[in-house]
Design a protein around this ligand. Structure first.
Ligand code: NAD
Ligand code: ZN
Length: 247
């Protein structure tokens, strides 16, 4: 199973959908949760990235996410992000449904991006609901812990991501599943496919007749349902596929 086979499938697709996870941004320097070099080896994200942990002590939450936020804000899109944007621009990809919160798909030029776990680029005050850019909050973390709301002085400033234990953004989830039902090809990239409801998207797409391509650094639970499985780095595999389609 090769990049050529994946290119052939995408070349004939009418409504291809990409489902991306943390692996797509690994080559931009943002650590994944699971897999090689994953953050689960350092600490348990289910604990430190949970709403209970945040509500119990916003300072503790921000102390952990301070370094991670710095890395994410400094990250730039890699060739994998650019390849997906090129597929969309060339009419080969209808949309990107992403579990990522880093905004790198949009930055690379992808237009139709559905963020099912929210965005870490913005922070919201849980007291007065006002929002400000994550970069602004990040800049004052060294002098203010926890960071305070500029409008009301509140101390519960939370990135607009879905923490463990929080409800999913309903509109984005509905859109993602509608796209999955309409898709004739599902391109899964850099997701361990174990986080729900994202991990249900391949089943919904397959049930509606989609062909599936999986590109991931390691095996996923859905590999045997895929027509093409490419084990590798998305920043290398995706540009190769785009080249094959273009050439
Ligand atoms: P995950 O961390 O569970 O799994 C990432 C997968 O990517 C692993 O299977 C790993 O083998 C693979 N991978 C690593 N490097 C790769 C590469 N260069 N090319 C291809 N594959 C590679 O990620 P997930 O399934 O997306 O779920 C974790 C949750 O954590 C997500 O829902 C997301 O909300 C959040 N998260 C987001 C970011 C981000 O925004 N960049 C980063 C970490 C975690
Ligand atoms: Zn406020």
């Amino acid at each position: 199973m090769t990049a050529r086979h994946a290119a052939e499938i995408l070349f004939t697709a009418r409504r291809a959908l990409a489902l991306t996870g943390a692996g797509v941004s690994a080559e931009s320097g943002i650590p994944t949760f699971r897999g090689e070099g994953g953050l689960w080896k350092q600490y348990d994200p289910v604990k430190v990235a949970s709403i209970e942990y945040f509500m119990a002590d916003p300072s503790a939450y921000w102390t952990v996410s301070k370094e991670r936020g710095r890395v994410a804000l400094a990250a730039r899109p890699n060739p994998g992000h650019h390849a997906l944007a090129a597929l969309e621009a060339g009419g080969r990809l209808a949309a990107v449904v992403t579990q990522n919160t880093d905004g790198l798909h949009q930055e690379s030029g992808s237009r139709n991006v559905i963020e099912i776990h929210g965005s870490s680029r913005t922070v919201q005050c849980l007291d007065c609901a006002s929002r400000e850019p994550r970069a602004d909050v990040q800049a004052r973390l060294h002098e203010e812990m926890p960071p305070r709301c500029k409008v009301c002085g509140g101390t519960y400033l939370k990135p607009t991501v879905v923490l463990f234990g929080e409800p999913m953004p309903q509109a984005a989830i509905t859109k993602a599943f509608a796209l999955a039902r309409e898709a004739d090809v599902l391109l899964v990239v850099g997701s361990s496919l174990v986080v729900y409801p994202a991990a249900d998207i391949p089943l919904v797409a397959l049930r509606s007749g989609a062909r599936m391509i999986v590109i991931n650094a390691e095996p996923t639970p859905y590999d045997e349902l895929a027509e093409v499985v490419i084990q590798g780095r998305s920043g290398e595999v995706l540009p190769e596929i785009v080249d094959l389609i273009g050439g």
